[in-house]
Ligand binder design. Structure first.
Ligand SMILES: [Cu+2]
Length: 154
């Protein structure tokens, strides 16, 4: 009888620990994937992969005000860049002639086979909206090397 009770208590304790671990994993901020996870409002890290001149994932959702650290792994045998920002930023880079970018918030070059990172804060002042990230090396944006970030309230 004592053994049965002890076993029942052990099972109950195991279930509680399992639930706590699952709850922690679900509530844990700072991670994101392409499955529709909303990043933020706490600071977060998003990992992007470049392959065949495309970003993966190509879509993210972020809460306003979130500071996102982008870690971008370039699996291609050629260099790329990661530029995130408003329309003006993209127009400047698409028309620009900078072959390599010094590290600026939201702008980084990623040499072939390397990983680079940059941070960007998605401000909430304009409310909900869409922010684009892209590579503006010649022809890459037109080829489809871009993605979108939905800045979502709530
Ligand atoms: Cu590119």
């Amino acid at each position: 009888m004592t053994t049965t009770r002890a076993r029942a208590e052990l099972i109950a304790a195991t279930v509680i620990v399992a639930l706590l671990v699952c709850g922690f994993a679900l509530a844990r901020p700072g991670t994101a994937d392409s499955s529709g996870t909303v990043v933020g409002p706490d600071d977060a890290t998003v990992t992007l992969t470049i392959r065949h001149s495309h970003f993966s994932p190509e879509h993210l959702s972020v809460r306003p005000g979130t500071l996102v650290r982008f870690v971008i792994r370039n699996d291609d045998p050629i260099g790329h860049e990661f530029i995130v920002g408003d329309d003006g930023v993209h127009q400047r880079h698409e028309a620009g002639t900078e072959p390599v970018h010094p590290p600026r918030p939201g702008e980084v070059s990623i040499a072939a086979g390397t990983t680079a990172e940059t941070t960007f804060r998605f401000e909430g002042t304009t409310g909900a909206g869409t922010v684009v990230y892209a590579c503006h090396l010649p022809g890459h944006f037109r080829y489809g090397m871009s993605g979108t970030v939905d800045v979502v309230n709530g």
